[in-house]
Design a protein around this ligand. Structure first.
Ligand code: HEM
Length: 488
């Protein structure tokens, strides 16, 4: 009797459990089906989906998927889902979202061995915001005006070492020069004179270590990572000494170093030596590769398209008549054609081609065509300047180099709102060095246009995708001949 009762109870329990489980499964399925997830990129190799194609040629792959799947899609990458938001209608969410919705800390963790612990992406968000504010202070307009004089001096000194004619690797020249300019503006005259070669070599050592593997495993014990850590330690020692002696000096300089030393957090705390060191390395590293790649692309296009070079020469002639020979802040502010040439090089070749965030909340986006997608918490979210800058409904002949597309009357980058041109990011995390970068590249190219004839002697460069900062692949050889621009 007792046994029968037990059996009956077991059967009853099983039925109830089955009903509850079925209900739960149905509920989950219903919830799932009411959500519209983005389409997923198919790959030939299981598990890694589209990743293999992405690594081989990211631009081609993104273009193909954008054409077939639209402006929102997901790539399954072993244990991560990466969802791309590619047109301004959907990428607006990416650029405007706060840290509690889309964060940078997890995806930019690979910068921690370079920038240092407690700096930028390793700092609490509230601290990071204050550190970025310190950068903004050192790029105030009055400071930038002064920086142009230093840039101009550096550029003049550098090219005075070129002969009357010769052949050089433009890419290498731009890398050398950009670090000298940064050393002068960020670290001051003393460091520029005595240590800039050491600093350039150490920053280069760090750059060399930064391959795609580093983004996933920044601490993997590999020889390039050991060299990076050694170089970082040496920079630490150099900067600590410089900061200590600057603190003792009665003189106040007008460089970024001084500005960061003088900075105070909202609670009154002064910046520490470790923080100033980390922020200086952030600025040097952040601006060096992106700046030199952009200066090289700009030059390659200028010398490749004779008509564009001719217009650039005419602009310099006009400005020399108006402002005199010196390359000043006011003259630079008038270089509209050159500005558009740089901007167009940046549109086609954004050095930071992939911007990433980690999503902490489910969110939805609606495309230009009216499709709504629900993106689950946990996805890595990507914006891609390299694709967004070439969207065909925004840019006419998007793959061609046409600086005039930014002219008044056309202004193609403004037609679809603020996120149509995103080489410097946008919204909450817009680049803080944008104005500085334009100033230095304009200074370099206005000087070269005024003083040299230049021709490209290697084929037009392709893009090196296998680096975190995309730059021209291989050497970019040019032949130069010194000549002075004549003003009638
Ligand atoms: C051509 C040169 C440069 C390019 C193309 C460039 C590009 C970018 C991009 C795309 C971002 C946004 C990253 C994101 O949203 O995840 C960014 C952020 C940033 N850039 Fe630049 N950058 C350049 C030069 C510089 C320079 C010279 C500095 C000097 C300090 C600098 C400092 C920064 C900082 C501090 C941020 C972070 C801003 C934030 O998260 O609030 N950049 N840059």
């Amino acid at each position: 009797m007792m046994n029968n009762k037990l059996q009956l109870f077991n059967v009853f329990f099983l039925i109830v459990a089955t009903i509850v489980a079925t209900k739960l499964i149905l509920k989950t399925l219903l919830i799932k089906s009411s959500k519209r997830l983005p389409p997923v990129v198919k790959g030939r190799i299981p598990l890694i989906g589209g990743v293999a194609r992405f690594v081989a040629n990211p631009v081609e792959m993104l273009k193909e998927e954008y054409e077939s799947l639209g402006s929102v899609f997901t790539i399954n990458a072993v244990y991560k889902n990466i969802t791309f938001l590619l047109e301004p209608d959907v990428s607006a969410y990416f650029f405007k979202a706060g840290e509690s919705e889309l964060s940078q800390k997890e995806v930019y963790g690979f910068t921690v061995p370079i920038f240092g612990p407690g700096i930028v992406y390793d700092a609490e968000y509230s601290v990071r915001k204050e550190q970025f504010h310190f950068f903004e202070e050192s790029f105030r307009i009055d400071k930038l005006r002064g920086f142009v004089d230093y840039m101009s001096q550096e550029v003049q000194d550098y090219f005075s070492k070129w002969g009357d004619n010769g052949e050089v690797d433009l890419k290498q020249e731009m890398e050398n020069l950009i670090i000298l300019i940064a050393s002068r503006c960020f670290l001051g005259q003393e460091v520029r004179e005595s240590l800039s070669e050491d600093i350039a070599a150490l920053i280069n050592e760090i750059n060399v270590a930064m391959g795609p593997l580093t983004t996933m495993f920044p601490h993997l014990p590999t020889p390039p990572h050991w060299r990076r850590d050694k170089a970082r330690k040496k920079l630490d020692d150099i900067f600590s000494n410089v900061i200590s002696s600057r603190r003792l000096s009665p003189k106040s300089e007008d460089d970024m170093l001084q500005s960061l030393i003088n900075s105070k957090y909202k609670d009154g705390r002064a910046t520490t030596v470790t923080e100033v060191t980390g922020m200086l390395i952030t600025a040097l590293y952040g601006g060096q590769r992106s700046g030199s790649a952009t200066a090289t692309w700009t030059g390659a296009y200028l010398v490749h398209y004779k008509a564009i070079w001719f217009d650039a020469v005419e602009e310099q002639r006009r400005l020399m008549k108006k402002h005199g020979d010196a390359i000043t802040y006011d003259a630079i502010s008038d270089m509209h054609h050159l500005y558009r040439c740089i901007k167009e090089a940046l549109r086609l070749h954004p050095p930071l081609a992939m911007l990433l965030r980690k999503s902490h909340k489910d969110f939805s986006v609606t495309t230009r065509k009216g499709d709504k997608y629900d993106i689950p918490k946990g996805h890595i979210i990507a914006a891609s300047p390299v694709l967004s800058n070439r969207v065909p409904h925004i840019y006419t002949n998007p793959d061609s180099y046409d600086p005039e597309r930014f002219c008044p009357g056309r202004e193609e980058d403004r037609l679809a709102g603020p996120f149509s041109f995103v080489s410097f990011g946008g919204g909450k995390h817009t680049c803080l060095g944008e104005t500085f970068a334009y100033l230095e590249i304009k200074t370099i190219w206005s000087y070269l246009i005024r003083n040299f004839e230049i021709e490209l002697i290697t084929p037009f460069p392709e893009t090196e995708y296998n680096e975190i900062v995309w730059s021209p692949k291989g050497k970019v050889m040019v032949r130069y001949k010194r000549r002075k621009l004549v003003i009638e």
